[in-house]
Write a protein that binds this ligand. Structure first.
Ligand SMILES: Cc1cc2nc3c(=O)[nH]c(=O)nc-3n(C[C@H](O)[C@H](O)[C@H](O)COP(=O)(O)OP(=O)(O)OC[C@H]3O[C@@H](n4cnc5c(N)ncnc54)[C@H](O)[C@@H]3O)c2cc1C
Length: 304
């Protein structure tokens, strides 16, 4: 889609992303998808969601970190976040990216940082989800997941239905009883590794969802797509799989009415709540998913 290609090009432009980073929070347009730059702001959003019966997962935004000290600081931030969640008794698990924990440096550092966070989460009876990033990191993310899964049960990973390899990954993850979050995928990927047509990505999503419902461990279906949601509910009902055996997930700020609708119909729903100063790459992915979202950035630019 040409609009999406333009947005991916803008996302690579330091001039454009610099402008977005400088103005997004102050002018308010980033707040549609980002709960704030500080944990206190995100906790406010979490409380509001909890009050309507929605679970959440908190993401301290950050990716592609190349400084070792910064990766350790990110791990410490996650430990502090877990402690705050326990103290304030909000309903939130956590989500994170391995590139924030040092994937660009080496995988031993990633595992070390991850173990620190997972141990803290065990102590506080919480759960950690590893987000999945661009395809250059998939193999190593799956390997790290398998490694830590043998030591911890409170960890899960996301899988993207646009990747051609994902059927094999789901099969492997089901074997080790790993908790999987299934999403379609949010990065620009070449045709060798990823389906390019929406119909193929959607068919893949349905097939992988069935594999997870049949053999997975409490899968999470991360999608705003009514067709995927309908398919999952129908398949689960047809196979006597109760709504307590899986959950839906959506992103903060997207299809809020449907989030509430699903819980009113007896389904579990967890909202992904991102916060932090490094929000720009996440924000750009939300714009690329739905180029119409670029309109409110354009409007802010014109007003500014
Ligand atoms: C909880 C959660 C966690 C995720 N984690 C990851 C991850 O770890 N790695 C990864 O690559 N991707 C992740 N994603 C993003 C995902 O891969 C998709 O890019 C995104 O969810 C859009 O796909 P969709 O399934 O909603 O379907 P689509 O077919 O893209 O969209 C279906 C409908 O949803 C609505 N919608 C979708 N996106 C937007 C948007 N940005 N703004 C407004 N409306 C929208 C529109 O009404 C659209 O018609 C995550 C998504 C969720 C919900």
């Amino acid at each position: 889609m040409p609009a999406r290609r333009i947005i991916y090009a803008l996302a690579d432009s330091p001039r454009f992303t610099g402008w977005v980073s400088r103005h997004g929070m102050r002018w308010g347009f980033a707040r549609r998808f980002i709960a704030g730059e500080r944990l206190e702001e995100a906790l406010g959003a979490v409380r509001e969601l909890n009050n309507t019966g929605l679970y959440t997962t908190l993401d301290y935004l950050g990716e592609s970190v190349t400084d070792e000290a910064a990766t350790r600081a990110a791990a410490q931030t996650y430990c502090d976040m877990l402690a705050t969640i326990a103290e304030t008794q909000v309903g939130a698990s956590v989500s994170m990216k391995l590139s924030q924990l040092g994937q660009a440096i080496n995988d031993d550092l990633v595992s070390e940082n991850l173990r620190v966070i997972l141990s803290k989460a065990v102590e506080l009876d919480n759960f950690v989800r590893i987000d999945i990033e661009d395809s250059s990191t998939t193999e190593r993310t799956m390997n790290t997941m398998k490694r830590v899964r043998s030591e911890f049960s409170n960890v899960g990973v996301a899988v993207q239905s646009y990747l051609r390899r994902s059927e094999d990954d789901i099969r492997e993850l089901n074997k080790i009883d790993a908790q999987v979050r299934l999403c379609k995928g949010a990065y620009k990927e070449p045709p060798e590794v990823a389906f390019q047509k929406k119909t193929e990505v959607d068919e893949g999503y349905k097939k992988l969802a069935e594999m997870l419902l049949d053999d997975g461990n409490y899968p999470a279906f991360a999608t705003h797509d009514p067709k995927m949601i309908e398919h999952i509910i129908e398949y689960a009902e047809r196979n006597n799989i109760g709504p307590d055996r899986y959950e839906f997930q959506m992103l903060y700020g997207i299809r809020r009415d449907e989030q509430v609708n699903l819980i009113q119909n007896g389904h579990g729903m967890r909202v992904y709540v991102p916060y932090g100063e490094q929000w720009c790459p996440y924000f750009m992915r939300r714009i690329a998913e739905r180029p119409a979202n670029a309109m409110f950035v354009m409007r802010a630019m014109v007003r500014g």
